[in-house]
Every structure is written in structure tokens, then in C-alpha cells.
Design a protein around this ligand. Structure first.
Ligand SMILES: [Zn+2]
Length: 295
């Protein structure tokens, strides 16, 4: 039985090892406060204390309350936003809140032109350099606007942040959005500007086309310069507000954990791995005992 016990020991050690492998989390969310940018007409974030005191047992006890418009700061949109009766935050499928990520860097183009529009050609150029956008991906479009987020005038390219007719920022063309939807089965689109649509186009072609196909839209994201073009997964978990059309959500990227998941599956499922462990254990016992222990 000794070699069997060593087999189990080896399997335990090898299976535990992947969990110790380094993985990395990347913040993709701006913090939310009363100074966070909201579109004119959408109530901004407001929080106050309900209780903040030491109770009769000497324990600190604090509760706040907040109110906030659904679309402001880093947030997501679900279909109800653009179609009456469509999926709300309560119904939106959980499996559409997590996806392999790619980052399309448009920061150089957007720095030169605040009306820059992402075309299908730009996406095809990206693929030539970085490989095919995987089916069902979260496509993050980085316009380099993350650093401008706290400066509302710079973020919206206007002197009047109360008049949305004056707003200008880069966007995604309907043609590019439809290509991602139809040719790459995109699950999520994210931008570091207020909307993937042009602020001048009130027919919202990108919102309408994507939301009606259950593509989640992430807006005003915090996309750091260090985020690679691919090799990460996008996570977010919006709360299930009944009838909700969108909500502020913690969004983050996770990278470096794929090997862990693969190794864990190998440990749990592979009979070949089990037999290999037996052979290795047997050899180790032979070496350690000079062949004195068998069975
Ligand atoms: Zn929104």
C-alpha cells in the first residue's frame, strides 16, 4: 500500500501546485462618488449616512444609503435600455457577464481626432497583428480617454458639460459593431468613453443593434495603458435589479489563470495522469527503498 499512498501524495501535491501559480487582476472600473460624470438629466451619485455610531456594546456600526441614475460612471447597459419589455438586469443571462477579452487600442487615432470612428478595417488590421478575435469575446475599445475621466470638459471635448449637443468623443461605427456581432459573435463591448455611439447620433445604431442581441455594453471604463491586446478574461456581475436598464458595476480583467484551470482539469479527470502517477510513485518507492517494498 505504500506506493499507493505515495501516488495519492504526488497527485495531491501536483494538483495543489497550480493554485499557487500567479494570476493577475486588473481594475477596469472608475470609483463612484458625487463628482463622477453623469449624462445631463441622469441623476448623479448621492450617498448619506443612516447610522454611524458606537452601539451599547461599544461596537462601531455604520450604514449608508445612496441614490443614483442607472447610467453614469463605469456602468453596463442591458437590452431593456433600448427595447420595452426586453431583458432587464434581473433577467440578463449570467453567462453573458464573463468573456475572453481583447483590447483594440485606438488611443493614437483618438488623440489626433476626437471624432475618430472605429471601422471594420481597423478591426481587421488589429486581427492581422494580434490574431483572430475569438468568438464570444468581450471587445474593449481603448480610446485613451481613461486619464481624462475626472476632467469632464476634456472627457467630453466641450466647454459646456450641461449641453449634450456640444459633446464630442470617439466612437464605434455601426458597421464595425455589426461585424463584431455577426462575424465574431461578440458577447460584450466596452469603451472608455460615455458611449460606443457617436454623441451626435440620436438613433443610437450601435446600442440598438447590440442590445437587441443580448450584447452587454460597458461604458466609461477604466482601461489602463498596461492592458495587453489579448490574454485576459473580462468579469463583471451586475446586481439583479428588477426592471433595471443598467447599473454601476465592478468590472475587472483576470489573466494568467488559464494554466491553473487546465492543470486542475488534468488532475481531476485524466486516467492517463492517474496511471502515470502510479508509475512515478512506484519508481520513487523503488529508489528510496532499494526495491524492498512492493505493494
Ligand atoms: Zn449606459
Amino acid at each position: 500500500m505504500t506506493w499507493l499512498m505515495i501516488t495519492i501524495l504526488i497527485r495531491t501535491i501536483v494538483c495543489a501546485f497550480p493554485a499557487a501559480q500567479a494570476y493577475k487582476l486588473v481594475e477596469l472600473t472608475h470609483s463612484l462618488s458625487p463628482s463622477t460624470l453623469f449624462w445631463p438629466g441622469v441623476p448623479s451619485f448621492n450617498r448619506s449616512l443612516v447610522v454611524a455610531s458606537v452601539n451599547q456594546h461599544g461596537v462601531w456600526f455604520e450604514i449608508g444609503k445612496f441614490s443614483v441614475g442607472e447610467h453614469g460612471g463605469t456602468h453596463i447597459d442591458v437590452p431593456r435600455h433600448f427595447k420595452q419589455g426586453a431583458a432587464d438586469l434581473n433577467d440578463f443571462p449570467l453567462d453573458r457577464t464573463i468573456a475572453e477579452g481583447v483590447m483594440i487600442d485606438c488611443s493614437a487615432e483618438a488623440a489626433k481626432n476626437y471624432n475618430y470612428a472605429v471601422t471594420t478595417n481597423k478591426l481587421k488590421e488589429w486581427e492581422k497583428k494580434n490574431g483572430r478575435i475569438p468568438d464570444g469575446a468581450a471587445v474593449l475599445v481603448n480610446f485613451g480617454y481613461t486619464a481624462k475621466f475626472s476632467n469632464h470638459q476634456a472627457f467630453l471635448n466641450t466647454k459646456n458639460v450641461r449641453d449634450d449637443k456640444t459633446f464630442r468623443f470617439p466612437f464605434v461605427t455601426a458597421q464595425a459593431a455589426l461585424w463584431l456581432l455577426n462575424e465574431r459573435k461578440m458577447k460584450i463591448i466596452g469603451v472608455d468613453v460615455p458611449s460606443p455611439d457617436s454623441p451626435q447620433d440620436k438613433s443610437y445604431p450601435v446600442h440598438v443593434a447590440l442590445l437587441l442581441k443580448n450584447v452587454m455594453i460597458m461604458e466609461m471604463m477604466n482601461i489602463p495603458k498596461s492592458l495587453p491586446a489579448r490574454g485576459f478574461r473580462v468579469h463583471c456581475a451586475p446586481i439583479r435589479i428588477v426592471d433595471g436598464t443598467g447599473v454601476q458595476t465592478r468590472i475587472y480583467a483576470m489573466m494568467g489563470d488559464n494554466i491553473d484551470a487546465g492543470s486542475a482539469r488534468l488532475c481531476m479527470q485524466s486516467p492517463v495522469f492517474f496511471v502515470a502517477s502510479l508509475v512515478v510513485a512506484s519508481a520513487v518507492v523503488d529508489i528510496l527503498t532499494g526495491g524492498r517494498i512492493r505493494g
